[in-house]
Design a protein around this ligand. Structure first.
Ligand SMILES: NC(=O)C1=CN([C@@H]2O[C@H](COP(=O)(O)OP(=O)(O)OC[C@H]3O[C@@H](n4cnc5c(N)ncnc54)[C@H](O)[C@@H]3O)[C@@H](O)[C@H]2O)C=CC1
Ligand SMILES: O=C(O)C(=O)CO
Length: 342
């Protein structure tokens, strides 16, 4: 049995017991729960990733709902424990729910919620930031300055890629993929090629209208194409950003063979889930192709990186912060609380 976990309690006499496995930003989510007569217990344990045993200890004998995190393994064991404690709802503070076994939740009659929408623009902005940082070699250049290596302007110093007029490729043109595509098309006048199982009609209309606007103003219009396969995107695009869900169909979507079909100077960005890329194959590809660059927010064995990745100058790595804006994180916490109330 896991050791007892430390908790902070709000509204101790509330009728319903709701547990949050982590402190979350803002107080709105706490107030919403208190208004509905909940006793709110927040785990304050100094341990980033809670084990299944830790969470079972938190659930205890009586628990009406849990707000959990994407780092936790919400499968049969936890849903059985929550059901035994009388629980009726589980809310994942994330839009991605690949850590949740929805079938197990259904089996125990536990409703599952996630937090879509409030993180769309924030996540797309990080994907755009990584695209720009990779194209213009911002991290390498910053390290160079801090190391005191700059001794004057040079024609060949940190030469990168111009985005204007190049092609941006989006794989998974849902909420975030479409928001990212709009940023890159409108902000940098890139042409779009995308692959998704469904047609992104609103995105296509946006790019068409923007292209017409540019043309009417005497500028080169932007274009769009819906690719019939993912491979077409990989072959044609200069910057490729991955935004699909993680499931069986997208696991290792980017592998050794597919990396080999990409342009030698392409940029690959991943703000979806780490296992969408075969990270071992990626490290090898980065070694063999120094002009190929990546911007990664997520990793196959999070929080770890595959051997060799951290040494690659052509990789920018950030710790799963794509949705980390104050507004978004407070919004995610609010949605997560509303999910356990309905
Ligand atoms: N790095 C981070 O902090 C964040 C990561 N995410 C990840 O981004 C994912 C996408 O989020 P949203 O855009 O809100 O979801 P969404 O459901 O709107 O978009 C996902 C898209 O992927 C497409 N898709 C599914 N299977 C596919 C396949 N085999 N090939 C191509 N496309 C496929 C779907 O048709 C859909 O359009 C989440 O599931 C989550 O894993 C989301 C937010 C923050
Ligand atoms: O929401 C998600 O899926 C994340 O990865 C974190 O915002």
């Amino acid at each position: 049995m896991a050791k007892p976990v430390s908790i902070e309690v709000w509204n101790p006499n509330g009728k319903y017991r709701v547990v949050s496995t982590k402190p979350m930003p803002g107080t709105r989510w706490i107030n919403l729960l208190i208004e509905q007569d909940c006793r709110v217990e927040i785990c304050t344990q100094k341990k980033t990733i809670l084990s299944v045993e830790d969470i079972i200890a938190l659930i205890g004998d009586k628990c009406d709902g849990v707000i959990g995190q994407l780092t936790e393994d919400w499968g049969e064991t936890l849903f059985a424990a929550l059901s035994r404690a009388g629980g009726k709802a589980f809310s994942n503070m994330a839009v991605g729910y690949n850590n949740v076994d929805v079938n197990a939740a259904n089996k125990y009659g536990i409703a599952v919620g996630n937090t879509p929408g409030v993180l769309t623009e924030t996540t797309a902005e990080l994907a755009a930031s990584l695209s720009l940082a990779a194209a213009r070699r911002i991290v390498e250049a910053d390290e160079f300055m801090r190391a005191g290596l700059y001794d004057g302007w040079l024609p060949n110093l940190f030469v990168g890629n111009l985005l204007k007029g190049q092609t941006v490729g989006v794989i998974g043109a849902g909420r975030i993929g479409s928001a990212y595509a709009r940023m890159m098309v409108e902000g940098f006048k890139m042409n779009l090629i995308y692959y998704d199982l469904y047609q992104a009609t609103r995105l296509e209309k946006f790019v068409t209208a923007y292209g017409q606007f540019l043309k009417a103003n005497g500028e080169q219009p932007v274009t769009w194409k819906r690719a019939s396969s993912m491979d077409e995107v990989l072959r044609e695009a200069d910057v490729i950003s991955l935004h699909p869900v993680l499931d069986k169909t997208t696991y290792h979507l980017i592998n050794k063979e597919r990396l080999a079909t990409m342009k030698k100077e392409a940029i690959l960005v991943n703000c979806s889930r780490g296992p969408v890329i075969d990270e071992v194959a990626l490290v090898e590809h980065l070694k063999q192709n120094p002009m190929f660059r990546v911007g990664l927010d997520v990793f196959e064995d999070e929080p770890y990186m595959k051997p060799g990745l951290s040494e690659m100058k052509n990789a920018i790595v950030v710790p799963h912060i794509a949705s980390a804006s104050k507004w978004t994180r407070e919004g995610m916490a609010t949605l997560a609380a509303l999910n356990v109330l309905v």
